[in-house]
Write a protein that binds this ligand. Structure first.
Ligand code: NAD
Length: 363
């Protein structure tokens, strides 16, 4: 009997539904090819949740996610909801609660520049020729964004803003394991980021990561201060394989790494819980400037579905087939507007046409 995986499909706002349509078409084909049933249940999230059910993360959506093996998320937000109180806005009101409810503690963001797209990067050709592939593993539920005490105390000019950075040994251990596991399937290098010359959390971070590394003797571990890492990423990104970082450092470095590729519409991400549950989404936002025109790049959403196959469903071959199909289509010259450079051999296509090409490359 065919294996069944339940997926909570949350397209969200802006280009979310447009790019999600292509990802679900790809999943249909993969399901047929691999004799697997993907049972997708659609639910409202973000602005769509506010408009249709009064909340960015309606209870019906939470229930559908709880009854699923993974969440495939589009993107949320847009000008229509920007005047709402911050906690009710699509991003804060949906993404943070989802991370909390499902214990999504590990954020994996690959920054990949395909060899055929090196011209889209802001870096010099000689720095990125042949492309690069860096994976940022970011701790997502601890550190300075969540530790207590936090807040603003006092009155007037005597007010004090307080944030606390705390990490426990188990929190560091579990994210370190994620990074080393990922490295084992890649080039077997982990660069752990900290600020151990100043921060106590970083001293503990460095010690615990070094201890965990002994369980992965094949993986080469290095440590780098976060300020140096920010410079090294722009200087020579190819030196990195897996970057392991706590929440805030990872937040900043993963955006920097993504920007180096020059094409936000290309980058997927995974947020993993303990076990196999995870949420998968493009790194970009809802792109209201191009929403509704059918021209958005669906590749990030399709690659996010590929990460879901790998990390939540154990379908590594199918996931790699999607990665290969995307690379093939780019080599064939297909480009949505965001990655079109008007070079010989390039074909400007819309969202559905590039989806068609990827599906053709699969089958
Ligand atoms: P954005 O990522 O939506 O857009 C930045 C630029 O990249 C725009 O020019 C956009 O057209 C382009 N772009 C992004 N994805 C693309 C794609 N797939 N294909 C082609 N072009 C693409 O960021 P922004 O403009 O800062 O934010 C817009 C809205 O998205 C805001 O409401 C923001 O809060 C929200 N947002 C949501 C998420 C999320 O859902 N996780 C993440 C970031 C931003």
């Amino acid at each position: 009997m065919a294996k069944t995986f339940k997926i909570a499909v949350l397209p969200g706002d802006g280009i979310g539904p447009e790019v999600m349509a292509e990802a679900t078409r790809v999943l249909d084909v993969i399901g047929k090819n691999y004799n697997v049933i993907f049972q997708g249940k659609f639910a409202n999230v973000g602005g769509a949740g506010i408009d249709n059910e009064g909340k960015a993360l309606p209870q019906t959506t939470i229930d559908i996610c709880k009854d699923s093996d993974a969440i495939l998320f589009g993107s949320v937000g847009g000008p229509k909801w920007e005047t709402l109180p911050p906690d009710e806005q699509p991003e804060r009101g949906a993404l943070l609660p989802l991370r909390k409810i499902f214990g999504l503690y590990a954020n994996l963001r690959p920054a990949i520049i395909f060899p055929s797209l090196t011209g889209a990067s802001s870096l010099k050709e000689e720095v990125i020729s042949g492309g690069f592939n860096v994976l940022v593993v970011r701790e997502l539920t601890g550190g300075i964004y969540f530790s207590q005490p936090k807040g603003i105390e006092g009155e007037g000019r005597d007010r004090i803003g307080i944030d606390t950075m705390k990490y426990t040994v188990p929190e560091i251990e579990r994210i370190a394991h994620v990074a080393f596991h990922a490295a084992m399937k890649r080039d077997k290098k982990v660069c752990s980021i900290d600020k151990a010359n100043v921060l106590s959390t970083s001293v503990l971070w460095r010690e615990v990561v070094s201890t965990i590394s002994k369980k992965y003797p094949e993986v080469e571990l290095s440590h780098m201060y976060v300020d140096n890492a920010a410079m090294q990423l722009v200087k020579w990104p190819k030196q990195f394989d897996v970057i392991l970082a706590e929440n805030m450092f990872g937040d900043i470095l993963s955006d920097e790494a993504a920007m180096l590729t020059g094409s936000l519409g290309m980058l997927p991400s995974a947020s993993l819980a303990e076990g196999t549950f995870g949420m998968y989404e493009p790194s970009g936002g809802s792109a209201p400037d191009i929403a509704g025109q059918g021209i958005a790049n669906p590749i990030a959403q399709i690659l996010s579905a590929g990460m879901m196959l790998k990390f939540s469903f154990g379908m590594t071959d199918a996931s790699e087939e999607i990665d290969t199909a995307v690379a093939t289509v780019l080599d064939q010259g297909y480009r949505t507007r965001d990655i079109y450079q008007n070079k010989p051999g390039e074909k400007l296509v819309n969202t559905k046409e590039i989806g068609d090409a990827i599906i053709a490359a699969l089958s």
